[in-house]
Design a protein around this ligand. Structure first.
Ligand code: GDP
Length: 356
């Protein structure tokens, strides 16, 4: 295994320079288990754990390795194990709000070049869900591609492409049928050797079938369990896979909840058409309710803007604002606790009489 075949490039090499000459090597996280990681490296697959210091210094899960991350390792080749001493800066990251009540970022896949938003053309096909994935994909820094699987179930491909173009503009669209082994070559086309893709989509859209076809075999996936929002256990193995064509693919299990995380720019880019209409309104602070010269209302009336798309835009913006407000509250609370801890430490170290 060469580093290049795992997606190494000059940007990571530059970041790794600071660790050279110290018996340390780079490795890429392939799978995250409950208490350890499977890591791919030039000396093969290693089982690794992060140092206590890294864990202690992490302000949240986002500071710890996720699948696709490049890490700095102290290897023990004779045992095929390693200690993870640091995390190299991420080039891109696909994040969501962690499932459940906590207001934390969960990194679903790191250092991804292409995000494949997978949908099934069955009863579950949902444009609004694709919009949600598009927002997060655009925030990730990776290039989105829409992969419509189960194309064998419908004939109205032209209409489907038209409907997708309305929400996704010129983002590439692949129509495929993993079951009939059709259209999957296009995935490899987007993943040149050393490029990393991630398959994202709800459970049941056909991700496992797609991967099995790309690998030409039936693969068994290790299962990692985590609690979901309702306290149930769900399987959630995110795994980095090397494809025979030379590309890399991160398989993510179906995510029951895909709540937004990050800044609003992903929404702005995904809904560029609505943002443009808003800019054309007569009043800059138009609420699109009663004001004259409102371009949003005009577009809705003329049928240029679909009410569902406009509602989706408002809903996603509201959701993002809510999580950001919550996140800031949590951060403020954490900061207060940090100050309190430092103050009491100071008082302990320097009792009143001893301060100058
Ligand atoms: P995952 O949960 O996303 O990994 O989905 P799976 O790969 O397990 O597929 C879910 C179901 O959809 C299975 O019954 C598959 O046989 C079926 N499926 C997958 N791809 C296709 C396809 O292209 N066409 C049809 N008709 N069914 C498919």
């Amino acid at each position: 295994m060469t580093l290049e075949s795992l997606g190494w490039n000059p940007v990571f090499a530059e970041a790794f320079k600071a660790y050279e000459g110290r018996d340390l090597i780079p490795g890429r996280i392939a799978l995250q288990h409950r208490t350890y990681y499977s890591i791919l490296s030039e000396i093969g697959e290693l089982r690794g754990e992060v140092t206590g210091k890294m864990e202690y210094l992490a302000s949240g899960p986002q500071d710890l390795p996720a699948v696709g991350d490049w890490v700095v390792l102290h290897p023990r080749p004779e045992e095929s194990t390693a200690t993870i001493v640091d995390l190299l800066p991420r080039r891109t990251k696909f994040s969501r709000k962690v499932a459940g009540r906590k207001t934390e970022e969960q990194i679903v896949a790191a250092n991804v070049d292409v995000v494949f938003i997978v949908s099934g053309l069955d009863h579950d096909f949902n444009l609004r869900r694709i919009e949600r994935y598009l927002v997060l994909s655009r925030q990730s820094g990776a290039n989105p591609v829409i992969l419509l699987n189960k194309a064998d179930l419908r004939d109205d491909h032209k209409e489907i492409r038209k409907a997708i173009a309305l929400i996704a503009g010129d983002i590439p669209v692949i129509l495929a049928s993993a079951l009939k082994d059709k259209g999957l070559d296009a995935i490899a086309h987007h993943l040149k050797p050393g490029c990393t893709g991630a398959l994202l989509g709800s459970s049941g859209v056909g991700k496992t079938t797609i991967i099995n076809h790309l690998l030409g075999s039936t693969r068994k996936t290790a299962e990692v369990r985590e609690n979901d929002s309702r306290g149930r256990h769900t399987t959630s193995a995110r795994e980095l896979i090397l494809l025979p064509s030379g590309g890399l693919l991160i398989d993510t299990p179906g995510m029951r909840e895909l709540q937004l995380w990050g800044e609003a720019e992903g929404v702005d880019e995904t809904f560029e058409d609505i943002e443009e209409l808003e800019r054309q309104c007569k009043f800059r602070d138009c609420s699109h309710d009663v004001e004259p010269g409102c371009e949003i209302r005009a577009a809705l009336e003329k049928g240029i803007l679909e009410p569902e798309r406009y509602e989706s835009y408002k809903k996603l913006l509201r959701e993002l604002a809510y999580h950001n407000r919550k996140y800031n509250e949590v951060e403020q609370r954490k900061e207060k606790e940090r100050i309190k801890k430092r103050t009491s430490q100071f008082k302990r170290n320097f009792p009143k009489g001893k301060r100058s």
